[in-house]
Structure formats: structure tokens, C-alpha cells
Design a protein around this ligand. Structure first.
Ligand code: GLV
Ligand code: MN
Ligand code: MN
Length: 428
């Protein structure tokens, strides 16, 4: 590894300097505040749905910061944005690091954004320190991680993983009928100075920093989580078809009440998914009723099931009962059950988990190993290259909520660990 003393910044070099010494926590914090203005909700949170004007502004702001440093900025055919610092071997597969800038409808300032900004901060730290790396390093912001505008989520990293599937994803439409393809075209048109790049490519390693989105680090007074893996997910879409009818004149016996059937289904599913240990994650997060009028018997209901578990056998045994439970409780409506996502649980390679742990320990940071309950783009990169994640605490574990909060010192610590980890990986 080459390094040179930069007398104008960083500590006096009596020991070999580290990239982490050059992380600027105040700049990192200020950038969170600047990003949070894009799609600010007024309650301290953000609404920055994928590929909306707000999300494209976020792409533009990231590109501006990167261009100010003379890093190369590019965007691919699914809207993923890359910020590249060249290596001494420009043909070597790059180390990737990043997360996402899109948010949930009532999201917080840190989910995803932290991973992108920590990655940019780490890259700037490496650059300021004057390290040359053998491999290029690329900061990436993946498109539509949250999956609330276009289903499924983690779309950018999914397509990066299998570029041949691009067309299949570009035709997905949001609730207003706008296709993902049209939204990506609009992003390119809104950001003409960002050059286009080919989709996909080799990856040497991927490391994603993220707030934990759960309470464990805070509860155990740890600053860094070396993430061991991500639990699996199954997502279902259920449509119940009944018949619109007059609320005043139609007797119960003659009704095909889709809402009454859907409520029975959800009640039965809640019983099925109940576990004393509280490991199962079962959520009905979207529930829509048609025509949604007080004096009309509901003729149609749509709802989603998000089911997660660390054990694939449980994902199979419980998830495979969803269709029959819905069928048993459909009363005299009909029901259509569609599985739209199935992601197996994954375990990150030990060498990346250990590298995160060691880097944190070297910095004297309280550290623990931790599994991820939330989904992340890392679960797609996992299939391409050695992958891992770094968690930092968030207040009371609150996330997917405008009140999501994190401490500046913890965000800085995570970026310092990230800088040291990616510098080592980029010299392999
Ligand atoms: C991503 O935010 C998820 O649903 O876990
Ligand atoms: Mn996220
Ligand atoms: Mn999220």
C-alpha cells in the first residue's frame, strides 16, 4: 500500500496513517441535512420515492459533491448512480460501496442515505489522505431499494446482478401507470451531465453501511455491528373479488363482501404466523378497499403480506400455507394469491464480517456481530462478490418512520470503519 504524508490535513504521521483518520464527521452530518431537504415531509422525515423529481434531485446532489472532487460520475440503464475513483490498475474489478437514496412514503433521513453518504465520505477520506489503491473504488446509489413505488424493491441491485433481466423490470408500473423504464428515461433527461454507463460489471467486493433499523446496538451499547447475514423474505399480493352492492337493500345472505372475507383471512393468517418467541415477522402493510364508499358493500380488496424469517425451512412451511388459509376464509368471494418476492436468508462470508469487526476493534469502537432483519441491496451483491455490511445504531431502533434518528458520532464511526475496510479490499 502506498501512502504519502499530507502535512495540511490529518494527524501528524508518527504511525502509518489510516483512511479513517481523514473522515470528516461534520461534513458527513451536514450532507445528511442537505439530502433531507429533498422530499422533506415537515415532520423531520422524507418522502423521496424512487425516480421521482425529489429522488432525481438527490442523484444530482450526489453527483455535484462527487464532481467537486473530480470523481467520475455515471448512471446505468436502471438509474443506479456510480462515483468512481480510479485505481492504479484501471482494469481490476472495483470495490463497490453504497446503499440507496430513495425512501419509504413516510421515511427517515438515514435509511439508505447513510450508506451512500458514508461511502462518499470514505472515498473522500482515502483521496484526501493521498492513498493510491490498486483497484478502483466505486460509490453506488442503487435504484428503488424500498420497493414502495415499483415492486419488487432492490431493483437496481437486482438488475446489476442479472443485466439480462433488464427489460422484465423496465415494464413494471407504479400505481399511476408510469413504467420504471419511463421513469429511468426521465432521470437521464433530468441529469444530462451524468454520463451513461453500461449495466452490470465485475465486482471485487461490496460493503454497505446502514443504520441498524432495530434496537440491539443501542440496547447493548455498541457502536458498530458487523453484520452476519440477512433474513429471508416472502411477499404476497392478495386480491379478493366480491360484488358491489347497495348497503341498505342487500341482505347479508346475498352479499359477496370482499372486505368481510379479507378481514377473516387476515385474522386467520395472524394466528398462523403467531410465534411465542416473536421471531416471525408478519405484516399486512397495504390494504385497499373498492369502491371505498360508506353505502356500498365492498366489491374488491387488495392487500399485501410481508413475511420474514431467518430460517428458510420456516419461510417454506408457513409461507406455503398462505394460499390455503385465504381460500378457506374467502366466504362467497373469490381470492387470488400471488407471491411476488421470495428471497432466501443469506450469510455473509466470514472474511468480510471479520474485516469489519477487526477494523472497528482497531479503532477502539464497541462492536458486536448482528443479523439484519431488514432487506438490503447487499443481498443481491452477495451473489456477485464477497459482501458484507456495517451497522450503526439508530435511536430506539425506529425506522421507516419520520422520527428515525441517529447520532453524528455513530455515523462518523461507521464511516471510519468503512474507509479502512474498503481501502484494504481495494489493495487486494
Ligand atoms: C427495506 O427497507 C426492507 O423492506 O427491509
Ligand atoms: Mn435501507
Ligand atoms: Mn428501508
Amino acid at each position: 500500500m502506498e501512502w504519502q504524508v499530507n502535512p495540511t490535513s490529518g494527524p501528524q504521521a508518527t504511525k502509518p496513517k489510516a483512511a479513517s483518520d481523514y473522515v470528516d464527521g461534520q461534513r458527513l452530518w451536514q450532507r445528511h441535512l442537505d439530502m433531507a431537504r429533498l422530499g422533506a415531509t415537515g415532520n423531520g422525515g422524507v418522502r423521496r420515492l424512487a425516480l421521482t423529481a425529489e429522488d432525481n434531485e438527490a442523484r444530482g446532489l450526489l453527483a455535484t459533491w462527487a464532481a467537486n472532487r473530480n470523481f467520475d460520475v455515471s448512471m446505468d440503464a436502471i438509474g443506479n448512480v456510480f462515483v468512481r475513483r480510479e485505481g492504479t490498475d484501471s482494469h481490476a474489478a472495483p470495490v463497490l460501496t453504497g446503499s440507496h437514496l430513495d425512501s419509504q412514503p413516510t421515511g427517515g433521513k438515514f435509511d439508505g442515505t447513510y450508506g451512500v453518504l458514508a461511502a462518499l465520505e470514505a472515498l473522500e477520506a482515502i483521496d484526501t489522505a493521498g492513498f493510491k489503491t490498486r483497484r478502483p473504488i466505486e460509490v453506488v446509489s442503487w435504484t428503488n431499494e424500498e420497493g414502495c413505488r415499483f415492486v419488487p424493491g432492490c431493483t437496481g441491485s437486482l438488475v446489476y446482478r442479472t443485466p439480462a433481466d433488464l427489460q422484465r423490470y423496465l415494464v413494471i408500473k407504479d400505481v399511476e401507470g408510469i413504467s420504471l423504464g419511463d421513469a429511468v428515461r426521465a432521470a437521464h433527461a433530468a441529469l444530462p451531465t451524468i454520463r451513461q454507463r453500461p449495466l452490470g460489471g465485475p465486482v471485487w467486493a461490496f460493503v454497505e453501511a446502514h443504520i441498524e433499523q432495530g434496537p440491539e446496538l443501542e440496547r447493548q451499547a455498541k457502536t458498530i455491528g458487523a453484520v452476519t447475514g440477512i433474513q429471508g423474505t416472502r411477499r404476497f399480493e392478495i386480491t379478493v373479488h366480491g360484488e358491489d352492492a347497495h348497503a341498505g337493500t342487500t341482505p347479508r345472505r346475498a352479499r359477496k363482501d370482499a372486505l368481510s372475507a379479507a378481514v377473516a383471512m387476515v385474522a386467520a393468517l395472524e394466528q398462523l404466523f403467531y410465534d411465542k418467541e416473536d421471531t416471525v415477522r408478519f405484516t399486512v402493510g397495504r390494504f385497499e378497499v373498492w369502491p371505498n364508499a360508506p353505502s356500498v358493500v365492498p366489491g374488491k380488496v387488495f392487500f399485501t403480506i410481508d413475511f420474514r424469517h431467518p430460517d428458510d425451512a420456516v419461510l417454506t412451511s408457513l409461507g406455503d400455507q398462505v394460499a390455503s388459509i385465504c381460500e378457506t376464509n374467502r366466504k362467497n368471494s373469490t381470492v387470488d394469491v400471488k407471491q411476488v418476492i421470495r428471497t432466501p436468508p443469506i450469510k455473509f462470508p466470514e472474511r468480510i464480517v471479520a474485516a469489519v469487526e477487526l477494523a472497528a476493534q482497531r479503532l477502539g469502537l464497541p462492536t458486536m456481530r448482528i443479523a439484519s432483519g431488514a432487506a438490503h441491496d447487499a443481498q443481491n451483491l452477495f451473489h456477485l462478490a464477497p459482501t458484507g455490511m456495517i451497522f450503526v445504531p439508530c435511536e430506539k431502533g425506529i425506522s421507516h418512520n419520520e422520527r428515525e434518528n441517529a447520532q453524528q458520532a455513530d455515523l462518523t464511526a461507521g464511516a471510519r470503519v468503512l474507509a479502512d475496510v474498503i481501502l484494504d479490499l481495494a489493495n487486494e
